[in-house]
Design a binder for this molecule. Structure first.
Ligand code: A2P
Length: 326
């Protein structure tokens, strides 16, 4: 049985470690009931041990069901699995952080999560009903919460033993620095999970994170082809990029495998989403080849600072993270 340490993993600044490859579980096409459970069970069978989830994905009950089934049938032990969850924007006021975590743990029917992260650095008015609460005119109800206070509540979750590590997501450098420089900081964020792929290489943010011993976790590593309409002239379909396809041909690998290899080779944790058994397996087969320095350079050269995930309706939120350069 493989433990997390046997998997290709990266140390976190709190002494824990994170497998460098995980399975994303955000299915935007609203999977039919049971699909997430089946996908996560299959993933465990083919060797995935790291799962990236969130309250907002609406399927943590199914992820938990799959993990518990695979523990019950003896395939894995709880400590073999690394599960990440995220506190949503309507729960960033400090007293609500633990409430959100309790909801997640109840859905999962697990005692703890391995990593709990602040999903976005933007607070919305508290709501159990809506992910993005709006007033009668359809205006998003923003909230004004000091993220440093949210972070203290995250630290309490760790001290309570309900989460093993804590981190953030979608924070820009300024927002990360605000947390890192807190005078009363007890635990530094272990990670910043951000969109990252060859069209958005995040070199500056990666450097900042590496200098501060914060792991960069890259979401939408395949350019999130889940939503073809997100592709644009600026951001064409990543997996169709001729440079990636050509490099793949040299190694008898697909463009997806080249992208994932590129990230693990530069120390970025990747969480490609696939609920398809064949593609799940394909995305795991990235540890039996190496990209040359020249190939790594060519992939870096594809960068266009192009985001697929914009969150347009929050663009005027005072804490919107993507107005800064990085
Ligand atoms: P599917 O679940 O049917 O495999 P991202 O992780 O960047 O958000 O991308 C996820 C999207 O990419 C999903 O639509 C997923 O579809 C698809 N996908 C995942 N792995 C591969 C792959 N190896 N080749 C092509 N498409 C993939």
């Amino acid at each position: 049985m493989s433990s997390i340490r046997d998997q290709h993993s990266v140390p976190l600044n709190d002494g824990n470690c994170i497998p460098i490859l995980g399975l994303g579980t955000c299915a935007l096409d609203k999977p039919v009931k049971g699909e997430t459970t089946e996908a996560v069970k299959t993933a465990i069978e083919v060797g995935y041990r790291h799962f990236d989830g969130a309250f907002a994905y609406g399927n943590e009950d199914e992820v938990g069901e799959a993990i518990r089934a695979k523990i019950a049938d003896g395939t894995v032990k709880r400590e073999d699995i690394f599960y990440t969850s995220k506190v949503w924007m309507t729960y960033l006021s400090p007293p609500l952080v633990q409430k959100a975590l309790a909801k997640t743990l109840k859905s999962l029917q697990l005692d703890y999560v391995d990593l709990y992260i602040v999903h976005w650095p933007m607070a919305l008015k508290p709501s159990d009903e809506e992910l993005v609460p709006k007033d009668a005119d359809g205006k998003v109800l923003k909230d004004d919460v000091d993220l440093r206070e949210t972070w203290l509540a995250m630290e309490c979750c760790k001290d309570a033993g309900l989460v093993h590590s804590i981190g953030v997501s979608n924070f820009n450098r300024r927002q990360l620095e605000m947390i890192v420089k807190m005078p009363n900081l007890k635990y530094k964020p272990v990670c910043n999970q951000v969109e990252c792929h060859p069209y958005l290489t995040q070199n500056k943010l990666l450097k900042y994170c590496q200098c501060n011993n914060i792991v960069l976790v890259g979401y939408s590593p395949l350019g999130t082809s889940q939503h073809p309409e997100w592709s644009s002239k600026k951001n064409p379909v990543l997996l169709n990029d001729p440079v990636l396809i050509m490099i793949g041909e040299k190694h008898s690998k697909t463009a997806a495998q080249v992208i994932l290899r590129y990230q693990v080779q530069r120390g970025v944790v990747v969480i490609p989403k696939s609920f398809n058994p064949g593609r799940m397996k394909q995305n795991k087969e990235i540890f039996d080849f190496q990209l040359t320095d020249e190939e790594m350079g060519s992939i870096n050269g594809l960068n266009k600072d192009g985001r697929y995930i914009i969150l347009e309706e929050l663009i005027d939120h005072p804490m919107y993270p993507f107005h800064d350069e990085y």
